[in-house]
Structures are given as structure tokens and as C-alpha cells.
Design a protein around this ligand. Sequence first.
Ligand code: DHB
Ligand code: FE
Length: 289
Amino acid sequence: MARITASVYTSHVPAIGVAMDTGKTQEPYWQPLFQGYEPSRQWLRENTPDVVFLVYNDHATQFSLDLVPTFAIGCAAEFKVADEGWGPRPVPDVQGHPELAAHISQSVIQQDFDLTLCNRMVVDHGLTVPLSLMCGNPPASDYRWPFKVIPFHVNVVQYPVPSGQRCFELGQALRRAIESFDEDLNVQIWGTGGMSHQLQGARAGLINKPWDNAFLDDLIAQPAQLARKPHIEYVREAGSEGIELVMWLIARGAMADVAGGAAPTLRHRFYHVPASNTAVGHLILENAA
Ligand code: DHB
Ligand code: FE
């Protein structure tokens, strides 16, 4: 059967992708950030999954305000890289897993979560920056990502957005879906976006280090309690774009302890300010073997 072996949490700041694509990672501004991901790249080389179920948000790249799905799953065999603003990044397109995506869709919709099925979609920095941070950009000699990816988009752009509680419960449904797939696959689930940041308005540039670090503590040790945090607290404390953090609760809800299993092992924790307008947070949690 397929198994969820670990969850990874990371911010997706687009300027991180630009720093990597333009050879700036060793500059003083960026070097401490990339150093914080060195242990993660080593861990991922030693724990390369078959598939990553990657929870992210599209930023008006695939879904404009014409059409805003709350939860959308990528069912295609391939997803082209695209982006707003700076244009598509020079990184490989993403290979999907249509059979597993179809199984997850069937199972999760039967568990009463309505998903939008995407048989063709493009992916933006919300998905490619976490891949680059965790894997490094693939070399020309082997120009592909080291695993398949099922993109899973969450609306955190236009209100109403889903609650932390709904996201946490969706994670639990995803675990049941993935672990009932009849093929031996090593699957990781990644929750991306965040941490505190606000890109517009009077409070643009807001960063809240104590709140972010308390969020990391609670995500590790008491996610069910964290899931009850209302939207207004994210916006007040972590800024308008801090709401991206509800996506981390989807990945956390899919871990074994939430269904009565053993507590996960913390493999890595990292927090860094600044990266563009955003605080960068990162965790790796492993399920017991
Ligand atoms: C920034 C952060 C984001 O989450 C985003 O989607 C775009 C820009 C930033 O900090 O610059
Ligand atoms: Fe964002």
C-alpha cells in the first residue's frame, strides 16, 4: 500500500526562486537562508519519495478571479511551469501521478470534501519555489525533479477561504485516501506558503516573529488545538498573506499521530527573516517507520 512517510512545511517567497535562478544564493542577504535548507536537501536525498502531494496556492496564474476553486487537485501527467510577474522560472516541468490523483479524488470526494479536478493546469512559484528550496535546481545533465508531484491548490487569495479546522480535517481524509492506494509508494505531503507577511496596505512589511514561532511549536505538538485558530487571528497577527499558513494544517492533518499513531519525529526546524517581505519558516516531520 502507499504510505505517508513524512511531511514538509516551507514558505514559497518568489524572490527565493529568482535568487536561485540568477546565481545569488551566496550573497550575504541570501546565504543564511539557503544554509538553513542544506540539512533538508541532505535529508531529502536520503529520503527521496516516489510522490509528493504538494499543497500550495496559485497566485492568479492558473486561476484568475474569474474562477476561484477552494480545493483543486492536479490529475494530469504533466504540469507546465508558469508564473505571474517575473515570468516562468527556468526549472523543469512537473510530472504528475494521474492514477494516484484519481484514487485520491474518488476517496476524498466520497469522504464529503468537494474537490475541483484539474486535468490541465500550470503551476507557479507557490509550487516551484518549495521544490527548488528542497531539491536545489536540477542540473542540465539530469533535468527533472527527483519525484512525481500531485499539485493541490487551496484558495487563500479571495475570501471566503477555508478554515484551519476544515484544512486539518481534509488532511485526515487525504491520509485515508493515500494509504488506501493499492501500490507500494513512498508519499510525502508538503504544506507550503506563509509565514507572517503582508504585501499591501498600511501594514505592508509586517513580520511577527513570536507569533510565527508559537505557530511552529503548536504545529509540531498540538495541531488539533492550532486548527481551531480563527482567520481573524492569522490576519491580525501574521498579516493578510499570513493566511497562507492554513495550508500547513492540511499536511499536518495527514500525519499518523492525528489518527492515533505515534508522534512524528522532528527532523529539522528553521526560521529566518528577512526574505523579501516574508518571514521564512520550515519544518520536517517524519512518521515512525
Ligand atoms: C511575497 C510573498 C508571497 O507569498 C508571494 O506570494 C509573493 C511575494 C514576498 O514576500 O515578496
Ligand atoms: Fe504567496
